[in-house]
Design a protein around this ligand. Structure first.
Ligand code: ZN
Length: 605
């Protein structure tokens, strides 16, 4: 029995991949084939089969009928000889989740390109990646962590996988990329950058080595033995990442990458890029190996519900930033700015008081991944609040066990006893493990903060490690928090705006705000305040020039109807957070802070 696939870059200008698939001994009752409806790591039904634009089947040189059974599935008429399928896939989605091809490069996830032969999911697969015939593309190379069988120096040729799950978990980039490599734990690591850029490879390498080493040291070992690959698509303003078992696909803006002139401390954009690399790398353990039982195996035809995404995305978000300071890549001040920004994001959304992080995980498929303008008021992010739960949990474990245990111990335990042994976690099991590993009873903690909607005790716990928690009003539309401000803005309009040709379009309205009370709604276009024209660049200044309780007359279009609204300006809420190091602390507090932020690189036994 064998299943083989051949990928041809048949019509790059039309964004079309051609795939030929051969099943040596197809199901005698009529082979069923399907494409996944979603890709692991991105919890939304995307129905990749909608991009199949042509498909035909033959066997023994005769045409075979294919019947479409549902949106993602076909069934071939029964045959006794090998079944050959030829299909074309439209690939014009520039994201880390699907496939994309033009005359500049080709990128695909197997979940967008390869039909799964039902009944043979666990059979080995072969993949041939063919060199493009187009003369303009002869200089292209291939980058992937798929297992090489027989390839030419550019990487075209034969690859293999042990099963379908593995086949679709190694994204493939083909083009004229730049690359550099480095070693971590004696494993080759490579970064491939596609798209025009002027990044300083040496700087990237220096920082990535430190970050990767920090994660490996915390877990005690790296799960990948042959090669780890960072595939980076460099664009004007892209951002995103998706984890895989031995690689990650990233998308970034070229302004995120460091130039030769980059100073020692990464600027905010470069810090975000390093955080993204750190995040996806941490997933190599947490979610690619330590994973919910419901993902083993993945049901790629339907939603897979779990309340555990707070642990897989929240804990990962916590460690992606923590590794930046623990590795010495960023300063303590810079790290506190990052946490302050996350706290700000959580505090600005009243949805945190309605939806728990466990519910946010479970409802990821619809409510988190299909957000509308009401999102800040109705949902909470299992990334942001999940990350803060991890932070509070870590500090609580350190406190309750008198520095004997921390979240690091829990992660090592999960790796050694679950991830490494290929055992999945059932719902609620992580909480039990935390109690057991650290000898504590945090059931009340989980009930209040994870399954409940209580705000986290950040101020008290941070004070115990010598960090001051401060809140201030938001001072401008692009105020992300994390830093103090001299400016005192007393009033808040309570909306987010975008430019809209002839006025200012309201993108979001916050619960209990001045704008909501006045009856304004997302989608309205404000053209004047107190009968004077406003634009996106002037509206902020106009609003902040009025004192609290001022009454404003707003002229705005709802659809094509001009309306008048009377708005009373409320006082700005204190929802913007910044943290500060308390310099004057005793030796014990200092030691606790150092244990947490700069523990050295040897894991505690
Ligand atoms: Zn993630």
């Amino acid at each position: 029995m064998s299943i083989s696939y051949t990928v041809q870059l048949s019509k790059p200008a039309a964004h079309i991949f051609k795939v030929t698939q051969e099943i040596s001994q197809p199901d005698k009752n009529g082979q069923i084939l399907s494409l996944p409806a979603w890709i692991p790591g991105s919890y939304m039904i995307r129905d990749f089969a909608k991009n199949v634009i042509q498909i035909k089947a033959t066997s023994n040189n005769s045409k075979i009928e294919l019947h479409k059974i549902d949106k993602s599935t076909w069934q071939a008429e029964p045959v006794s000889k090998p079944l050959i399928l030829e299909y074309e896939i439209y690939a014009w989605d520039l994201s880390v989740r699907t496939a994309h091809m033009d005359m500049t490069h080709a990128f695909f996830n197997g979940s967008s390109l390869f039909l799964m032969a039902h009944g043979f999911e666990n059979e080995p697969c072969q993949l041939e990646i063919k060199q493009a015939e187009n003369d303009l593309l002869t200089s292209w190379k291939v980058a992937t962590t798929l297992n090489k069988q027989k390839t030419n120096p550019a990487g075209f040729g034969l690859y293999s996988s042990n099963n379908y799950d593995e086949l679709i978990d190694h994204p493939v980039e083909i083009g004229n990329f730049t690359e550099f490599d480095f070693q971590v734990q004696n494993v080759q690591h490579k970064m491939v950058l596609t798209g025009p850029h002027r990044a300083d490879d040496n700087r990237l390498k220096k920082d990535l080595v430190k970050i990767c080493e920090t994660h490996c040291s915390m877990f005690g070992e790296f799960p990948v033995t042959d090669e780890y690959l960072f595939l980076v698509m460099v664009t004007g303003d892209g951002y995103g990442g998706l984890e895989h078992r031995s690689s990650t696909s990233l998308m970034c803006s070229r302004n995120d990458l460091p130039l030769i002139s980059e100073t020692e401390e990464p600027n905010e954009k470069y810090r975000n890029f390093l955080g993204l690399c750190s995040h996806e790398y941490f997933h190599t353990w947490n979610v690619k190996r330590i994973k919910p039982e419901v993902f083993m195996p993945y049901d790629l035809a339907n939603e897979s519900y779990t309340k555990q995404l707070w642990a897989f995305e929240g804990i990962t978000s916590y460690y992606d930033e923590l590794a930046l300071i623990r590795s010495g890549v960023i300063s303590c001040k810079s790290y506190l700015e990052l946490i302050g920004q996350t706290i700000t994001r959580v505090l600005r959304g009243k949805g945190r008081l309605l939806q728990s992080v466990a519910e946010s995980s479970f409802e990821a498929w619809t409510r988190f991944y299909k957000q509308d303008e009401s999102a800040p008021n109705t949902i909470v992010s299992y990334y942001a609040k999940g990350g803060l739960i991890a932070l509070v949990l870590d500090l609580t474990l350190r406190k309750l066990t008198h520095e004997k245990h921390s979240l690091d111990d829990v992660m090592r335990y999960l790796w050694l006893n679950f991830g490494k042994k290929n055992i999945g976690l059932v719902e609620g099991q992580i909480e039990q493990i935390i109690n057991e590993v650290c000898g504590v009873d945090l059931n009340d903690f989980f009930a209040r903060f994870l399954y409940g909607v209580e705000d986290l005790p950040l101020e008290t716990l941070l004070a115990e490690v010598g960090i001051r928690f401060n809140l201030r009003p938001t001072i401008s539309f692009d105020d992300k928090g994390g830093t103090p401000s001299e400016q005192t803005n007393a009033v808040a309009f309570g909306a987010r705006f975008a430019e809209n040709g002839f006025g200012v379009k309201i993108v979001q309205i916050y619960s209990d705000s001045s704008a909501e009370s006045a009856g304004l709604a997302a989608g309205d276009t404000i053209i004047a305040i107190n009968e004077l024209q406003v634009t996106k660049s002037s509206i902020e200044k106009v609003i902040s020039s009025y004192p609290v309780a001022s009454k404003l007359v707003i002229h705005a279009f709802r659809r094509d109807e001009l309306k008048t609204f009377e708005l009373t300006l409320k006082e700005a809420e204190l929802t913007t957070c910044y943290l500060e190091i308390i310099e004057d602390v005793n030796e014990e507090t200092l030691q606790k802070r150092n244990n947490w932020l700069t523990p050295g690189l040897t894991p505690r036994t």
